[in-house]
Design a protein around this ligand. Structure first.
Ligand code: NAP
Length: 738
């Protein structure tokens, strides 16, 4: 590496200084390293363990020898060490530290040097343990841990780059922030939890029956109080050094605790549920956010293979998971409504959970989700509060586009961010038209996230002619229209899903639809309602086909959404001769739902009318399986869009069918499939959840086992698919690797 540091001196050879020396020795074996510690025993141990080349007789001696001095003494000892360094007068030496509080170290420099010298780069590795001393040092301590560097305006940029590179070489991830911000963040995330652990253990230990208490203490107590075994001297120093920031965090905490105390005293179950469920979801959300990951990418790290066998018949009475689009909107409109909205059948997938967390971050009390049940305490159209930071929306494009519209008219500023994949998606298609209404919105590079929205703008209603049909853009504009002066209307070049219009009506808002144009007038209000989220017809489709092609089948799917923009699959299957009956038709939150009974029937091939293509666009992979099991030829045209879904669904299905002995004729915008027998074989879903589930259905009629590769994404789009399928007569085994 080009690090111009050939000689390093470490002052303080305890846990952190010792680990630093060991890591430098391992990853930069050519660097000379000497160490000084107030205790001779620590120095000799460091030498014996090979962490240092030489014992330094004093700090002054060390300061005269090296290019870089790393100070790893307790923060209260920094001043005396700095005085010794100053006396040597070598301004070219780079000085850094690892102190847990930065403001006080900066002050120590100021009092000794009259300034923070440009070549002093303060830092703090967020790694450690409750043990101290050289004996506890570990060469891997900083691996995959964060190190915060806290440069100020006058910091030498080259020195900063050297420190950044050095820590990265030792395996750490380097972040930068101001010393003051560092101290506030650490007060809340590290210092406060340590204080609570010390206090709880001390309080319980002081009780007469303490032996009893500790004897029965279970895992929760141990997890929570592990950090009470930390070094008391170091922690005393930290609380002396970071007094103001800790007091601020402590006051906020005591305040929160006081409210919880009052809720317990008053038996206020709702308040407690609000706090506990917010905390639970926030904890999970933060973990993902910190890793900039989604469940999806975590699932993808595991390789999941399905091995599906012929079985059947497909029978029973089942309910498939809730519709994602409706789950999102139930949280958004429930939050903006007046009164309490009860939601059932909420799809607990990560996208809808990201929407839920965003509204919690804007002050809405939301209980759940608990097995699909969510209670939203609406705050009214103008009751959202500014979030503390940016709103993180994971991988959910729907959340980001709809929220951009909804937040364009709030009184406060917001920033919307997402994971790596969402950060590549275009946001201008919604930001552009919103600006015409008077919104102030900035998008990142090439019109991508982050989206920054300036609050306090007055929006004016307008008519927007969408150049490309998109339900998300239409919804974003209509949601902004709730706040705009006068009428807002959108017309679309082709029909798109109309869940927003329907649910707005379900919440009592007047939305007018006239042909391809939807309009509403700002200034109304939403009234809370009950929403039993309909099952997703796209998930139901796998079972509709499964029962249709497997002799002896008789299956009922309950409470399925039959929004006319989505029911192409029923129309197409019926044209092929399927036996599908709808009963118990009703409306929920503006959406039509029904129970669907499907029984085996011999199918015949058809020419699929192009008008039905947009209404069944997600269902074609499994409809291709129906076509293989039908007598004669089925032809699909006018479906180019299938080539740009999660995979090229025409080609990937054709390739998979070939593996199963079925020849197809791939067209530019569709496919021609002859009804034929299905053999066993090995197919690759290319990570496309719908392809994986379609081939699981194919296995019901195959002459041998079908092995389906790359199925991890099924769990995200259809939680519990394999279990529900096996209960109804499929035979799918899941193999997991990695
Ligand atoms: P440690 O294991 O106790 O080591 C500190 C060593 O420095 C001790 O051997 C100590 O000797 C010696 N020392 C004290 N004053 C000295 C002086 N004036 N000159 C030379 N040596 C002196 O402590 P640590 O956990 O490594 O902490 C070191 C620094 O890292 C602290 O600033 C702390 O805030 C920071 N830090 C700690 C952690 C953690 O989890 N422990 C994490 C991140 C950062 P005596 O024992 O005789 O005082």
């Amino acid at each position: 590496m080009e690090l111009k540091v050939a000689r390093i001196g470490v002052v303080g050879l305890g846990l952190i200084g010792g680990s630093f020396a060991l890591a430098v020795r391992r990853y930069l074996p050519d660097v000379y390293i000497a160490g000084y510690d107030a205790r001779l025993s620590e120095m000799t141990l460091a030498k014996r363990l090979g962490a240092i080349d030489e014992l330094a007789p004093s700090v002054e001696w060390l300061a005269a020898q090296v290019d870089l001095l790393m100070l790893a003494v307790p923060v209260q000892a920094m001043r005396s060490v700095l005085a010794a360094i100053r006396s040597v007068n070598r301004p070219e030496v780079l000085i850094s530290d690892v102190g847990s509080v930065k403001g006080v170290v900066e002050e120590a420099f100021n009092s000794v040097f009259g300034e923070l010298p440009p070549r002093a780069v303060l830092g703090h590795p967020i790694a450690g343990s409750e043990k101290s001393g050289m004996a506890a040092a570990r060469v891997e301590l900083f691996q995959r841990h964060k190190v915060i560097l806290t440069p100020i305006e006058t910091t030498d940029l080259q020195a900063l780059a050297v420190m950044r590179q050095l820590w990265q070489t030792l395996g750490a991830e380097v972040l930068e922030m101001s010393p003051r911000h560092h101290d506030e963040v650490l007060a809340a995330t590290s210092h406060l939890p340590h204080l609570l652990a010390f206090s709880l253990v001390d309080t319980l230990a002081g009780k007469d029956d303490n032996k009893e208490i500790f004897r029965y203490a279970a895992g929760g107590f141990r997890d929570f109080t592990r950090i009470a075994a930390s070094d008391p001297i170091m922690w005393r120093d930290i609380f002396l050094s970071n007094r103001d920031a800790v007091l601020k965090a402590l006051d906020q905490y005591v305040d929160g605790l006081g409210h919880l105390r009052a809720a317990i005293a008053a038996g206020d179950a709702r308040f407690m549920m609000g706090v506990f469920s917010r905390a639970k979801v926030a904890r999970e959300h933060f973990s993902k956010m910190l890793e900039q990951k989604s469940y999806k990418s975590m699932n993808q790290e595991k390789r999941i293979t399905f091995v599906a066998q012929s079985k059947g018949p497909v029978c029973g009475d089942i309910r498939v998971p809730g519709d994602k689009s409706i789950s999102h909107r139930s949280i958004m409109l429930g939050s903006l409504a007046e009164g309490v909205t009860e939601v059932e059948g909420f799809l607990e997938g990560e996208d809808a959970l990201a929407t839920l967390q965003a509204f919690r971050d804007m002050g809405v009390v939301i209980e759940g989700p608990d097995r699909g049940k969510v209670t939203v305490y609406g705050v009214g159209l103008n009751g959202l509060k500014p979030p503390a930071g940016s709103l993180y929306l994971g991988n959910s494009g729907t959340s980001m586009r709809l929220l951009t519209g909804l937040l364009a008219a709030q009184a406060f500023d917001t920033e919307l961010t997402g994971d790596a994949s969402l950060s590549k998606r275009p946001m201008e298609r919604v930001a552009g038209p919103l600006r015409k209404m008077g919104a102030k919105i900035e998008t990142g590079e090439n019109g991508r996230p982050p989206v920054r929205i300036s609050g306090g703008q007055r929006l004016k209603g307008m008519h927007y002619d969408m150049p490309v049909a998109s339900a998300q853009v239409k919804s974003g504009i209509l949601l902004a229209g709730l706040y705009a002066e006068g009428e807002t209307s959108v017309s679309e070049p082709a029909p798109t899903r109309d869940h927003s219009e329907r649910m707005l009506r379900g919440f009592g808002y007047d939305v007018r639809v006239d042909g391809n144009r939807a309009s509403l007038t700002g200034g109304g209000c939403l009234k809370a309602t009950r929403i039993d989220v309909p099952s997703d017809i796209s998930s139901a489709a796998f079972f509709l086909v499964a029962a249709s092609i497997t002799p002896g089948s008789d299956l009922t799917l309950r409470h399925v959404g039959i929004n006319p923009t989505r029911t192409g699959v029923i129309d197409i299957l019926r044209m092929m001769g399927a036996n599908i009956e709808l009963s118990n038709l009703r409306e929920v939150g503006g959406e039509p739902v029904a129970d669907i009974r499907v029984r085996y029937a011999p199918l015949k091939g058809i020419q699929i009318p192009e008008a039905l293509v947009p209404l069944a666009i997600d269902e074609f992979p499994v409809l291709f399986i129906a076509a293989v099991c039908a007598a004669g030829e089925t032809v699909l045209t006018g479906a180019e869009e299938l080539r740009v879904k999660e995979s090229d669904r025409i080609q990937v299905m054709a390739d998979g069918l070939k593996q199963l002995g079925v020849e197809t004729d791939v067209l530019k915008d569709g496919i021609r499939i002859q009804g034929s027998d299905l053999q066993g074989g090995r197919v690759d879903s290319h990570g496309d959840h719908r392809i994986a589930m379609a081939f699981s259905v194919a296995a019901l009629r195959a002459k041998g086992d079908i092995t389906i590769l790359d199925c991890a994404n099924v769990a995200t789009s259809f939680p519990g698919f394999v279990e529900l399928a096996n209960e109804s007569g499929f035979s799918i085994e899941t193999l997991s690797e990695g």
